[in-house]
Design a protein around this ligand. Sequence first.
Ligand code: AMP
Length: 281
Amino acid sequence: MNVITDPKALQAQCLTWRNEGLRIGLVPTMGYFHDGHLALMERARELCDKLVVSLFVNPAQFGENEDLDSYPHDMEGDSAKAEARGADVLFAPPAGAMYEPDHATWIEVPELGKHLCGAQRPVHFRGVCTVVAKLFMLAQPAVAVFGQKDWQQLAILKRMVRDLNIPVEIIGHEIVREADGLALSSRNAYLTQEERAAAPAIRKGLLELADRIRAGEDVAAAKRGLAENFAASLPMGEVDYIEIVDPERIVPVEEVDGPVLAAVAIRMGRARLIDNILIEV
Ligand code: AMP
């Protein structure tokens, strides 16, 4: 595996591969790999000839009071894990290499960013779209794999690729979880022992809500029920949102007449945990 830090060097390598007719797979990440990241790499590995994993903690997607400076990192460990999953390149540019001081071009899909995480994090998805578009230009992938844990991000990136005719296939990978149901996240490292012990209540609550919706309970009552559940099961958690949305348009629904996505964000101490469940009725 080759570690590349210079964007131009990555682009040169990937253009060479493309000209040789090779299919490039890309897995964009912010590092501190867990089994969720590794599952994405394994999936991409099956679908391509050359696997590029990017590791870039993208300043443009962090708000002012967010955890950009304290985001966990382990370059050596990540490098070994990516290599073991068959990555051909680990692309790990320094922050300054990805944005010129007078960077002025942004990509946004505002329609899909009004709710869920977009409502709380106003610049977040603009930063995500812009960096992912840049990674697509650099790595020239035929396929890119993203996790369904960040469902809204996945929906936004699919729309960006469709609207801009970017020649890449976006694959969504199911959420990888701990044995007790907690969705894996680099930010789980922020949890205290007590918070970690309570955190599986997020998944349990979502499963319960899905049962209620399938049993015909109305959306408002199901959301209220989940809020009450979290107040009891996660007393140290602060709910950012509990929402039920159209899975593609990411707008809240009042009635269920097709598949819906239930999504939550909970603050616990230093961590902000998100999870979701697709409910097909
Ligand atoms: P991150 O490093 O947090 O930006 O995540 C990089 C990619 O891994 C994104 O596409 C995430 O959606 C995905 N991802 C993160 N956690 C999980 C998980 N538990 N299961 C599946 N994919 C995940």
